[in-house]
Design a protein around this ligand. Structure first.
Ligand code: GLC
Length: 428
């Protein structure tokens, strides 16, 4: 699969295969429901085929927004016992069941990108105007429920919220999460994907312990943050929130929605200023903060590079570009999800080393906007080389390019459409 038309055809076929009418599944088998940030990023790919369908993807997700403003990380539209933990474990007690935690808030960015590119301007303006109040409620939910002390930065209270499930970033904080009282369970992920590529059993027990704790508190977001022994401030996650707030502010201004614009702009400005507190000069990148201990986490992961997705001061974007360049020196395909020189680096295990195309897309997008074109181009070229060697996988080994995890992945296909649509890409 080397030429552009074949890649585009294959990407379109994957999006069609994983389309369930009003939402897409990340991939058949392993992930049979709607996932939050998968859907928002996949909508960008859908838009190349059918704009109306792309808007529907995000509207479906927001139809399941909670009354408090939270947008859940999974919507269980249909019964399927191929995934664990299912609705009975979450126990969120909703007509259409959902999980009870959230995911990186990329919807604001996605909606503004859909709007900017829309050919049907009137329809796009109408659909954006309907979504923006809901997206703003989600943004404000973050500040109210995940930043109770008003620091400007929000915490995740479960590793799954980050979207980087088993990153090295969480290891030390996650060690504080007990496993006693976890009901016995059977994992399903390891039936669909190689167990060597997935999180460990010990990590799964902690994931479930946290779900049981939150459930015992009635999923009351007024209580969960403070009750969680795991509270981590992730620069990548916060950068996505800041970028979405900034993009929603701009879009709201274009649509004449002054109040929404002002509220989002204020959140973006406060977050951007606070992000500076996560800078690690020795590593030349941002790092996570363990909110329980109050200490920065010395873990060189891609979360700190994903900060490039937010509008940053020029010298920070330049430093992050240099860091990506340095990390890329000893690997074949950038950007690795963890520093290859760190002892925890693992080429195959999920978020502990492999390359993910959605992360590449966001880093490249931010660096390009900051004028760091050469590094952005390298990221895009490497991403397309991975597709040529490994097909449309969930993620890839940064050394060999071997495809890992699930296959025929929706958001990978969507990112390929995005990369191929960009100017200046070498289309061999
Ligand atoms: C895994 C990933 C997460 C993604 C989900 C569905 O949990 O870590 O980022 O949203 O799969 O693809």
């Amino acid at each position: 699969m080397h030429d552009r038309p074949t890649m585009l055809r294959e990407a379109a076929a994957i999006l069609a295969e994983n389309d369930r009418g009003t939402y897409t599944v990340p991939t058949h088998g392993l992930y049979p429901f709607q996932w939050n940030w998968d859907s928002c990023l996949s909508a960008l790919g859908l838009a190349h085929l059918d704009e109306d369908r792309a808007w529907t993807e995000i509207e479906t997700l927001f139809a399941h927004q909670w009354d408090d403003g939270m947008v859940p990380h999974i919507v269980f539209h249909v019964a399927d016992d191929g995934y664990f933990p299912g609705p009975d474990v979450w126990g969120t007690d909703r007509a259409v069941p959902t999980s009870g935690i959230t995911q990186p808030p990329v919807a604001g960015f996605a909606v503004s990108r859909l709007f900017d590119r829309a050919t049907d301007r009137a329809a796009a303006a109408e659909r954006a105007a309907r979504l923006l109040p809901a997206i703003t409620r989600w943004h404000e939910w973050f500040l109210a429920c995940r930043d109770p002390k008003s620091t400007g930065l929000v915490a995740i209270i479960h590793p799954w919220e980050s979207g980087r499930d088993n990153s090295v970033d969480w290891d030390a904080a996650f060690d504080r999460v007990p496993t006693d009282g976890v009901a016995p369970f059977t994992r399903r992920d390891t039936m669909h994907a190689n167990p060597e590529h997935r999180p460990t059993q010990a990590q799964y027990e902690r994931y479930i312990w946290l779900v049981q704790l939150f459930r015992s508190l009635g999923w009351d977001n007024g209580k969960l943050h403070d009750a969680s022994p795991f509270q981590v401030v992730d620069p990548g996650f916060n950068a996505i929130l800041i970028r979405s707030c900034a993009d929603v502010a701009e879009l709201a201004r274009k649509l004449g929605l002054g109040d929404l614009a002002a509220r989002n702009a204020a959140m973006a400005a406060k977050g951007a200023a606070a992000l500076e507190t996560l800078w690690n000069a020795r590593l030349g990148q941002y790092v996570c903060l363990d909110r329980v201990t109050g200490r920065l986490i010395d873990s060189p992961s891609v979360g700190g590079l994903l900060a490039a997705f937010a509008p940053l001061p020029a010298h920070r974007a330049q430093a992050l570009a240099a860091r990506v360049r340095a990390l890329s020196e000893n690997i074949t395909y950038t950007v690795p999800s963890h520093d290859p020189d760190a002892p925890e680096f693992d080429t195959r295990r999920y978020w502990r080393g492999p390359v993910w195309l959605i992360v590449n897309y966001m880093i490249a997008d931010g660096l390009r906007a900051a004028g760091q074109t050469a590094v952005a181009d390298r990221i895009v070229d490497d991403s397309l080389r991975l597709i040529r060697t490994g097909g449309f996988a969930e993620y890839y080994d940064p050394m060999s390019g071997a495809p890992c995890g699930g296959g025929r992945f929706t958001w990978t296909a969507a990112m390929v459409m995005e990369f191929l649509a960009q100017d200046g890409v070498v289309q061999s």
